[in-house]
Design a protein around this ligand. Structure first.
Ligand code: DMJ
Length: 475
């Protein structure tokens, strides 16, 4: 209790995120949603007794990771425990204002990343105990990191009545709007010193992913508020999705799985056919952007879907299948961290996932260095969103298969679940690490996938990138 990440095999813990007890904070709202009163009671009493001291005393933390996991977790706990006349899912635990007070104290320190920077682009790292901030050693911030703070900062401003959090966060998005892009797509690095993008690498995987996710989610969060016009976010999102379809979407051979490659085009003249598991957030985001959280049936009935929305929904369904097949194609039924795809231009033999009965065993390549599984959530997140929106039971069936593989190969009998070193080997060697997002995201999305659709409806809640639901406030 109180470590950032847990080591379930050795039954120890490790502070890989700066020492704010990230697992217990990230997991709290999952326990609330599941109605696990005893867990909520134990977790919330740790937070009430220890978290503020940790925030006052700890050193360097990453602005983005701390915002999405710790601040996001506190904000959801605030709402779910009845704050802001929110839901009262937690019968046990402290008053909601405790979560709000801790969230404000933390966010006040995180704000130094914005205020110390010479531009509107925040530094990547904050030293909590003295509220100072600095850039990473290479002087750069990740594009996804600077653009994945706004849901949390906006909600904190709304519930605290202090606009400063939202103001700083939204300045970043307003600035990003002015920068040159490639068909709406952006490089994965940005300089807080110049305010300009850096390098040529464009991808929807690591360091790029949630830039695209927050464009549409922040728009959904703010579109009905009266202060400000946020249509530019929707425009940026739509342009980017057109860019994805035009520049990055490819089909594998021989069985035509749709995947999202990476730029730049290599020396041989073709796109890199590499897809991080992280990209599997995209189908959920595309489906959400298309129907705005309504079911497809309702959105169609009310004539709300444009041709582009339907096209995005189709891409969402195709990509969800690919993400599921990245699991199905391995011997363990669990996806690797990164997959490559055979295409008309790219071939590498002898690197399949090991499940010879998969129809796609010849389409997907898994390189030795990419065979690990960190219990990541993106595919089950998209299965949850696609199920809610299309109501197609196949998404539950796929989710159940993935859940059974997690149970079979990652569960540690004495408690916890472990990351794996190699998903193509049975039994897969365990890594002895449970990332915080397994409890914060993976299990929450699986639980919601099999639950009633009236719980956390997608037109009333927006999930931050770490699966913490925040209510969309009415005007
Ligand atoms: C999580 O911390 C978030 O989902 C983030 O957006 C991406 N990486 C991890 C999960 O894979």
């Amino acid at each position: 209790m109180g470590y950032d990440e847990l080591m379930p095999v050795s039954r120890l813990g490790v502070d890989g995120l700066g020492g704010l007890g990230a697992t217990v904070v990230d997991a709290l709202d999952t326990a609330m949603i599941m109605g696990l009163d005893d867990v909520v009671s134990e977790a919330s009493s740790w937070i009430e007794s220890h978290l503020l001291d940790r925030i006052r005393q700890k050193g360097q933390v990453n602005l983005f990771e701390t915002t999405i996991r710790v601040l996001g977790g506190l904000l959801s706990a605030y709402h779910l425990s009845g704050g802001d006349q929110g839901m009262t899912l937690a019968q046990k635990g402290p008053k909601p204002t405790i979560y709000l007070d801790i969230a404000k104290n933390l966010a006040d320190r995180l704000l130094s990343a914005f205020t110390s920077s010479p531009t509107t682009i925040p530094f990547s790292d904050v030293v909590l105990r003295d509220s100072s901030a600095h850039s990473a050693p290479d002087g750069l911030s990740s594009t996804s990191e600077v653009s994945t703070l706004q849901l949390e900062f906006n909600y904190l401003s709304a519930i605290s009545g202090d606009p400063k959090y939202s103001t700083e966060g939204m300045k970043v998005l307003a600035h990003l709007k002015t920068l040159p892009k490639t068909e709406g797509l952006v490089p994965i690095y940005i300089s807080p010193h110049s305010g300009e993008f850096s390098g040529e690498n464009i991808r929807l995987g690591s360091r790029g992913d949630s830039y695209y996710e927050y464009l549409i989610k922040v728009w959904l969060q703010l579109r009905d508020t009266q202060d400000g016009n946020f249509t530019y976010l929707h425009d940026m999102y739509e342009e980017a999705m057109r860019g994805v379809k035009h520049m990055l979407v490819q089909k594998s051979t021989p069985s035509e799985l749709v995947f999202v490659g990476e730029l730049p085009v290599g020396p041989k003249g073709y796109l890199s056919p590499k897809m991080d598991h992280l990209v599997c957030f995209l189908p959920g985001t595309l489906a959400l952007g298309a129907t705005k959280g309504l079911t497809k049936e309702k959105a169609m009935k009310d004539n709300l879907l444009t041709f582009e929305d339907l096209d995005n929904l189709k891409l969402a369904e195709d990509l969800t299948k690919t993400c599921f097949e990245m699991y199905s194609v391995t011997s363990t039924g669990l996806a690797p961290e990164i997959a490559y795809f055979h295409t008309k231009d790219y071939f590498e033999s002898g690197l399949d996932g090991g499940n010879k009965s998969s129809e796609y065993v010849n389409d997907i390549i898994i390189k030795h260095a990419d065979r690990h599984n960190l219990l990541r959530p993106e595919t089950v997140e998209s299965l949850f969103v696609l199920y809610r929106i299309t109501q197609d039971p196949k998404y539950r069936e796929w989710g159940w298969q993935i859940f059974e593989s997690f149970e079979k190969y990652t569960k540690v009998e004495s408690g916890g679940y472990s990351s794996l070193d190699d998903v193509t080997t049975v039994p897969p060697p365990k890594r002895d690490k449970m990332e915080t997002f397994f409890l914060g995201e993976t299990l929450k999305y699986l639980y919601l996938l099999f639950g009633d659709s009236s719980v956390m409806p997608l037109d009333k809640f927006v999930f931050n990138t770490e699966a913490h639901p925040l209510p969309i406030k009415s005007p």
